[in-house]
Design a protein around this ligand. Structure first.
Ligand code: SIN
Ligand code: CO
Length: 384
């Protein structure tokens, strides 16, 4: 009850990040409902990475990036790694770099400022660099997004249109009939929140950088298909088809009602509980994206030395690790563990805070310390 009260209080405190709204107010009035322009959401904000550092990231194999150009009035898109960046003096191009938080500590810290939104909904921090006139065209996204202006100015046009038809044959989503209702210019530190399906077009005025804090909302089709594949690992249907009562047939190609009934009876034994669904969700949502590679320590400490150091210095999750929990089930990077009450306390703290102090680890059970050591060897966590 204590924690519940503390959380309730925390979420009713006004945040400059939300323009003086509390998370409670923001959720009831804006989230998933209508846009919000927040002037100086982060006063005095300056970019976390230079454009050159961003260009370097875009050239890496394990970073998702796209180069979008509108040269000679023609949209073109190239998927990364991007090694040839147009010169800054050339107009009408933009570079988008996805998942910067997986590679940069400060970008991760920025993302964590939005931790009043559950991690299970959080996707990533995308950074765009645009030359003068650059943008991705009028479009809509299927996700909620906060667009933080990091450098330079961007002119936004937005509209609540229901006609979301797209121009056919384009390499990216471009609205056929964009009808903006509002327009404004965002300066560094300003932020625009947009709910899903809200039409928008952001055009750079001079060179600019915009940070998109994006959220994930998997389609039900995608969830259903993944759930069925999760179930293949968990179902148990012992026995084999048998028909001791079989009679001779005059129609050898026909499948009998008896066969259908017998198999239907067995298939009906496949059931799943809310707990199975919770385990599926945890594994599914904590699964790293295909492009993610963990960096193992070059010379890992022995388990004994690791344990000693962890209990002295503490540990922190790697930027690339995703950790969630539900009740006694703890999920990390697509794997799940059912843990006892004491271990759950420690592991849920690690998941929420993404780090533990040496003090937190003083009373750890050998099982947990052993798991931490394996995660350390896999690059899932590090010593602080
Ligand atoms: C951008 O930063 O250029 C694109 C952001 C968006 O419109 O979703
Ligand atoms: Co968008």
């Amino acid at each position: 009850m204590q924690a519940y009260n503390t959380d309730m209080k925390k979420n009713s405190i006004p945040l400059p990040l939300l323009g003086g709204l509390s998370p409670d107010q923001f959720f009831s009035e804006y989230w998933h409902k209508k846009p919000l322009v927040i002037r100086q959401a982060i006063p005095g904000f300056s970019p976390l990475l230079t454009s050159e550092e961003l260009f370097e990231l875009a050239g890496l194999d394990d970073v998702e990036s796209r180069l979008i150009t509108f040269f000679k009035e023609r949209w073109e898109m190239k998927n990364g790694p991007i090694n040839k960046i147009p010169v800054k003096e050339k107009k009408d191009w933009t570079l988008l770099v996805q998942g910067v938080n997986l590679h940069d500590e400060a970008a991760d810290d920025l993302l964590r400022q939005f931790s009043f939104i559950p991690d299970a909904r959080l996707d990533d921090l995308m950074i765009s660099y645009a030359a003068d006139g650059g943008g991705v065209g009028p479009h809509f996204d299927s996700y909620d997004v906060f667009l933080l202006q990091a450098h330079g100015q961007r002119q936004w046009k937005i509209g609540a249109q229901t006609d979301l038809s797209l121009v056919e044959g384009m390499p990216l989503k471009i609205l056929k009939n964009f009808t903006p209702e509002q327009e404004f210019i965002l300066e560094p530190g300003d932020m625009l929140y947009l709910p899903p399906q809200y039409a928008h077009d952001g055009v750079a005025i001079g060179e600019c950088m915009t940070y998109s804090i994006g959220f994930r909302a998997p389609s039900f089709q995608e969830l259903g298909e993944s759930f069925l594949s999760f179930m293949t690992d968990t179902i148990e249907l012992p026995g084999r088809y048998a028909d001791p009562e079989l009679k001779p047939t005059a129609n050898p190609a026909e499948i009998s009602d008896d066969m259908v009934d017998k198999i239907a009876e067995q298939i009906a034994k496949i059931t799943f509980s809310p707990e199975d669904i919770a385990i599926f969700i945890g594994e599914y949502l904590s699964e790293p994206k295909a492009s993610v590679y963990f960096d193992s320590p070059e010379k890992p400490l022995s388990p004994k030395r690791f344990g000693q150091s962890a209990q002295k210095r503490g540990i922190k999750l790697s930027l690339k690790s995703s950790m969630l929990y539900k009740g006694k089930h703890v999920f990390i990077n697509g794997e799940s563990f059912a843990v006892g009450q004491e271990d759950a306390k420690l592991l849920t703290k690690l998941a929420d805070e993404r780090c533990l102090s040496g003090e937190d680890l003083a009373e750890t059970t050998p099982d947990v310390l052993e798991a931490f050591c394996l995660w350390y060897e896999d690059g899932w966590l590090q010593l602080r």
